[in-house]
Design a protein around this ligand. Structure first.
Ligand code: BV8
Length: 265
């Protein structure tokens, strides 16, 4: 865990902030039991690199393999639970939105994750910039269906229109959803506090969001168990597990907001 002084300093920033943007990556779901993009996969999938599978080329080359991978990732995400890091971010959203007017938006959660765990923890203001494994669409018509309506009795899954069903996720080389990009840049341009949590900051354009926030005058904080490309330039790095740091941080902010001293416990 990082030093109490660092957490207390960031808790004071949170208590003073008018508009907070949080960017999360696969590291936030790690403590729920989901492997990150750069940790080795388990078992059958250990010989594959997610960076190779998460591409339109891989799907066109071997739609069965890629469909099986996403079905395996979906079943993993379905069978795990949000962890205390997800819960703390949902509580932070509720606390800030209850305390402040909606303009500028008090809290925006931008996630690179497709697992839906933030929403299951109760987060509402979630921008899924890399899409969601819980929605699939026809490769011919683009017609979307919730995953609950997909029958995985054949791989790849045929669509009713002569194509296949694919997950509504953004593969490398594909454009991000325009609406999600616009929502992200609008929140970043107005924020005064930006968090990068559980992401290696290597995938663009998400990895560039911190610069947009900094240009808007925001203070920047990184929460990660390891150093990242962002570490040299953020204002504060809280080194450690997000599932441990976030609950403490939100608790300290709440203590301050109630007029107590951060470490009154
Ligand atoms: C695009 C969905 C237009 C699928 C994913 C500049 C601008 C724009 C694009 C590019 C550019 N330069 C290069 C590009 C192309 C490319 C890119 O960024 N490539 C990289 C490799 C250089 N970008 C794109 O293709 C994007 N498209 O911009 O279109 C375009 C296209 C081409 C060229 C120009 C423009 C689309 C990118 C989206 C790809 N889809 N996911 C799926 O999930 O299957 S990305 C994928 O990686 C996941 O979303 C994942 O979240 C994301 C990033 O990884 P992280 O989340 O950071 O996960 P990672 O494992 O890397 O790190 C985990 C971190 O957590 C680590 O630091 C670890 O230490 C930490 N951690 C672990 N446990 C914990 C923890 N921290 C705290 N607590 C813990 N307990």
């Amino acid at each position: 865990m990082p030093g109490e002084a660092s957490i207390d300093r960031v808790a004071r920033w949170l208590a003073e902030a008018r508009s907070v943007v949080v960017l999360t990556g696969a590291g936030v779901s790690a403590e729920s039991g989901l492997t990150t993009f750069r940790d080795p996969e388990e078992g059958l999938w250990s010989k594959y690199d997610p960076m190779d599978l998460a591409t339109i080329e891989a799907f066109e080359r071997d739609p069965e393999l890629v469909t099986r991978w996403y079905h395996w990732r979906f079943t993993k995400a379905r069978d795990v639970r949000p962890n205390p890091g997800h819960d703390a971010l949902a509580l932070l959203e509720r606390t800030l939105c209850a305390r402040m007017p909606d303009n500028p938006p008090p809290f925006t959660l931008i996630t690179q994750n497709i697992d839906g765990l933030h929403q299951r923890a109760g987060s509402r203001r979630v921008v899924e910039i890399h899409g969601s494994i819980h929605r699939w669409r026809c490769t011919c018509t683009g017609y979307e269906k919730p995953l609950s309506e997909i029958r995985f009795d054949r791989f790849p899954v045929p669509s009713e229109h002569g194509g296949f069903m694919r997950p509504c996720v953004v593969w490398f080389g594909e454009m991000l959803p325009q609406e999600a990009l616009e929502a992200s840049f609008e929140a970043l341009a107005r924020c005064d506090l930006f968090f990068s949590i559980g992401t290696s900051a290597t995938v663009y354009p998400a990895a560039g969001f911190i610069e947009v926030a900094r240009a808007a005058g925001a203070r920047t904080v990184e929460i990660n168990k390891d150093p990242t490309a962002n570490s040299p330039s953020v204002d504060v790095t809280l080194k450690g597990r997000s599932g441990a740091i976030l609950p403490d941080l939100v608790h300290q902010m709440d203590q301050l907001a109630r007029g107590g001293d951060a470490r009154d416990t």
